[in-house]
Ligand binder design. Structure first.
Ligand code: PLP
Length: 388
């Protein structure tokens, strides 16, 4: 069997064309011919299946080591389809710090459909255990939380969940299968916003799910086909292409992130850096045991008195935008941008201060990134001196 990096480039061939094309074609066909009315056809209608999507879904299943993959029109659609396998009255334990959009689907949508939820710190296994009820059906979390990169052990949660016959669902967006394969650590379902690292170029919104076991896969397939938020063939092709360069991109994200952290650690304007690669925390310990790298996202706090808005506004190369995981570096102020929906009190409870910055480190030359951060830090600290 090929090594992982080879699998990224070469998926399972569709053997569907006579032209010798090295890539699976983009099949823009909503419907497919039956050779006869009694024929059993592989494809009949695009929502149910499409060869371009099929290629991508097989590739995802191989990379995450599951039985079946699914491609959706967004990460949110993938999460919606996965959570829709549960029934009214089922209880789910969720991590306290999940993606805001996921929290919104849970709180404003699934609660109306009588799913019950308890939010806990999933790093604290005793707390997870204490939250288990007779009707608990799943535990849902992100291995690296957003924006503070708090790390949950997939192994520890899955081990506990198995004892109680509960499913473990992991949002693997921040790590990708290159850095962690949750199904190999005991999880049952993996979801991704493929908009981020899998696509990798900020040009497509997509989501994926992969199931470990066929019974669960059948339920997700039912939801994918019946709810219908499938990924278009063009977008499937873009994600397929993104995945082919995942290893080389992630290696550069990792080495750049490490250099940026080293730079920030030396700057007097920085009060605190959140990055699981920094030794001395439980987050670092878990990440070291269960991942092949600490990711490309860094959060940090500017010292009090330094104007965080001015700092991000003064950057020239690093772009001020939400989203993450693409080739270009993106920076944002969680309290004003990604986490603006939370009240001030909720933000502070989640550790989101006005000084907190989230940086998605791209694959540019690290010296240019550091020079940009440096010139903006110089400006804001100079301004602070003048004001004082
Ligand atoms: C972006 C994101 C999502 C939502 O995905 P969309 O593609 O934007 O719908 C879910 N989980 C995480 C961790 C994300 O970063």
């Amino acid at each position: 069997m090929s090594e992982f990096d080879t699998k990224l480039v070469h998926g399972k061939p569709e053997n569907d064309n006579q032209t010798g094309a090295v890539n699976v074609p983009i099949y823009n066909s909503s419907t497919y011919i039956y050779p006869s009315a009694d024929a059993k056809v592989k494809f009949d209608y695009e929502r149910s299946g499409n060869p371009t999507r099929n290629y991508l879904e097989n590739q995802l299943a191989i990379l995450e080591n599951g039985v079946q993959g699914f491609a959706f029109s967004s990460g949110s659609a993938a999460i919606h389809a996965v959570l829709s396998i549960f029934s009214p009255g089922d209880h789910l334990i969720i991590s306290k710090t999940i993606y805001g959009g996921t929290f919104r689907i849970i709180n404003d949508f699934f609660k109306r459909w009588q799913l019950e939820f308890t939010a806990v710190d999933t790093q604290d296994i005793a707390a997870v255990k204490a939250a288990i009820q007779p009707n608990t059906k799943a535990i849902y979390f992100e291995t690296f939380s957003n924006p503070l990169l708090h790390v949950t052990s997939v192994k520890a949660v899955a081990q506990l969940a198995k004892q109680f016959d509960i499913l473990t669902i992991v949002d693997n967006t921040f790590l990708t299968p290159y850095l962690q394969q949750p199904l190999n650590l005991g999880a049952d379902i993996v979801v991704h916003s493929a908009t981020k690292y899998l696509g990798g170029h900020s040009d497509v919104v997509a989501g994926v799910a992969v199931a470990k076991d066929q019974k669960i896969a059948d339920k997700i397939y039912f939801n994918q086909n019946s709810i219908g938020a499938t990924l278009s063939p063009e977008d499937c092709s873009l994600i397929r292409r993104g995945i082919q360069t995942l290893a080389v991109r992630m290696d550069r994200h990792l080495s750049n992130a490490k250099k940026v952290v080293q730079f920030l650690a030396k700057r007097p304007e920085i009060a605190r850096i959140y990055y699981p690669g920094i030794a001395g925390s439980r987050d670092h310990e878990i990440a070291s045991q269960e991942t092949n790298g600490y990711g490309g996202i860094i959060s940090f706090e500017l010292k009090p008195g330094i104007d965080s808005t001015e700092f991000v506004d003064n950057l020239h190369l690093i772009q001020l935008a939400v989203s993450l995981g693409a080739v270009e570096s993106l920076i944002e102020l969680p309290y004003k941008m990604t986490h603006a929906e939370l009240s001030r009190k909720e933000q502070l409870k989640a550790g989101i201060t006005h000084q907190l910055i989230r940086l998605s480190v791209g694959i540019e030359d690290p010296n240019d990134l550091i020079a940009d951060l440096s010139q903006s830090l110089n400006q804001v600290s100079e301004r602070q001196r003048v004001v004082n």
